[in-house]
Ligand binder design. Structure first.
Ligand SMILES: [Zn+2]
Length: 90
């Protein structure tokens, strides 16, 4: 286990109100345009060979930033990464 992951795990224990997820970015380019960011429970999550682990946490925006270190164009998955904020309508 990496130090950062251990730290995140420990931190999550002290903050039980915040659900943490493992975030994955899909290696395959969707529609030839972008890579999709998923959470661990996603129905359309690719298998282990088709995804890269981005990190663990509850902050989706931070995970998106992390995913951007791997791929320039990353979009949140519509299945598992719905944002409830009303101003996020694209
Ligand atoms: Zn997903």
């Amino acid at each position: 286990m990496k130090t950062q992951q251990l730290f995140d795990t420990l931190l999550s224990w002290f903050r039980p109100g915040q659900k943490t997820h493992v975030f994955y970015v899909e290696k395959r380019l969707k529609f030839g345009k972008y890579h999709v960011l998923h959470r661990d429970h996603c129905e359309v999550l690719p298998d282990v060979n088709g995804r890269l682990e981005v990190g663990r946490g509850s902050d989706m925006e931070l995970m998106l930033t992390q995913a951007n270190k791997h791929y320039q164009h990353v979009q949140l998955c519509q299945q598992c990464c719905k944002i409830e904020k009303p101003e996020s309508i694209a």
